[in-house]
Design a protein around this ligand. Structure first.
Ligand SMILES: Nc1ncnc2c1ncn2[C@@H]1O[C@H](COP(=O)(O)OP(=O)(O)O)[C@@H](O)[C@H]1O
Ligand SMILES: [Mg+2]
Length: 335
């Protein structure tokens, strides 16, 4: 599969790998961390022919086992240290602290070791971090075409969506590669217009099923992917994720505090949770200033709304959000 829209990220990663012993690629589930790293590793193998060890920590649920997994993995190659070793540790988020600590120890012990990790949440390991955001629309459209049945062979889009429809679909999916691949596979059973209508609905792409047995369970649907993300959130982050889903558009930390804080989620907890969700890309932003506007990608918001309903807090926070927006309107009209 061709990697679309990642030329800049690939060259940044390549540069970081020359100077840093460890690079951690972070970003939300399905944004393409593993795909980017796989491509970077292919490039490294062609150039430097390092010994390569690839470990996926997804099945390791006990943090205490992480150091053992890593050292066991390293023992698999024992090339006498003549060649460089490149260690890839994929899917660290659910054991982020343990993986960060184990990687820190490993690189301190072995100065010749190079490592790349992927994680939905930042780990405490040293080295560089490369945050990965969604694809721009053009790259998302290319990916959609690649994955849509019937397109690949003749490229003529017979019976398939026109460009505008594909573009609209990709925009509704916020350029998230996992969502794009899942949605494109839907064209086996629905028309592009049906898909578009479905995506524009309240639950959007959350429940669409894609991917065969080769796809890990946490990536079969966007809901599975969200579930996995929620699992690695702190309690404060989970609560803010659910409550902030009442915002119909972009909001700032101050807005979130006004609408979402209460005795269950104090102001200081909310500040921490906001930063955490921001670092995980669940709150997307254009910059990284404190007063910046953030927004929730559609699927993230839809999942948050479902969680809010489950908490029984939907009416209350919807009401608070409406009251807040009326205050904003009033203030603006006075000015
Ligand atoms: N830039 C890209 N071009 C083509 N396919 C991509 C791209 N990024 C991700 N994908 C595909 O999207 C899906 C999710 O990407 P993945 O790398 O597994 O996400 P992550 O590791 O961030 O959860 C995979 O099927 C992957 O091959
Ligand atoms: Mg991955």
């Amino acid at each position: 599969m061709t990697l679309h829209g990642r030329a800049e990220a690939l060259s940044t990663l390549g540069r970081l790998m020359e100077t840093e012993q460890l690079v951690t690629v972070t970003g939300p589930g399905g944004v393409g961390k593993s795909a980017l790293v796989a491509e970077a590793v292919r490039g490294q193998r062609r150039r430097n022919r390092p010994d390569l060890i690839h470990l996926d920590l997804a099945p390791v649920s006990d943090p205490e086992l992480v150091p053992r997994w890593l050292s066991y993995g390293l023992k698999q190659i024992n090339g006498g240290g003549r060649r460089q070793t490149l260690l890839v540790v994929d899917t660290c988020e659910h054991v982020a602290d343990a993986a960060g600590a184990a990687l820190r120890d490993l690189i301190a012990e072995r100065p010749a070791l190079r490592a790349i990790a992927t994680s939905r949440i930042p780990t405490a390991a040293d080295g560089a971090t490369l945050p990965l955001g969604p694809l721009d629309v053009d790259a998302a459209v290319e990916l959609f075409r690649d994955c849509a049945p019937g397109y690949r062979d003749d490229g003529a889009a017979e019976g398939l969506a026109d460009d505008d429809t594909i573009r609209e679909i990709c925009e509704l999916l916020d350029g998230l590669p996992l969502a794009v691949t899942i949605a494109a596979a839907q064209l086996q059973r629905r028309s592009p217009d049906e898909l578009l209508t479905r995506l524009a609905g309240a639950d959007g792409a959350l429940a669409l099923v894609g991917g065969g047995p080769e796809v890990p369970e946490r990536q079969r649907t966007l809901r599975d992917s969200m579930w996995w993300s929620r699992r690695v959130c702190t309690p404060g982050e989970r609560l803010l994720w659910a409550r902030a889903a009442v915002f119909p558009g972009a909001f700032t930390l101050a807005h979130a505090t006004e609408v979402c804080a209460d005795e269950r989620l104090s102001g200081s907890e909310l500040v921490r949770a906001f930063a955490g969700l921001r670092a995980q890309g669940l709150f997307a932003a254009a910059g990284d200033k404190d007063d910046e506007l953030v927004w929730m990608p559609r699927a993230v918001r839809a999942y948050g709304r479902q969680q809010l309903a489950r908490l029984g807090e939907e009416t209350e926070f919807q009401r608070r959000c409406v009251a807040w927006s009326m205050d904003v309107l009033k203030t603006n009209s006075v000015e």
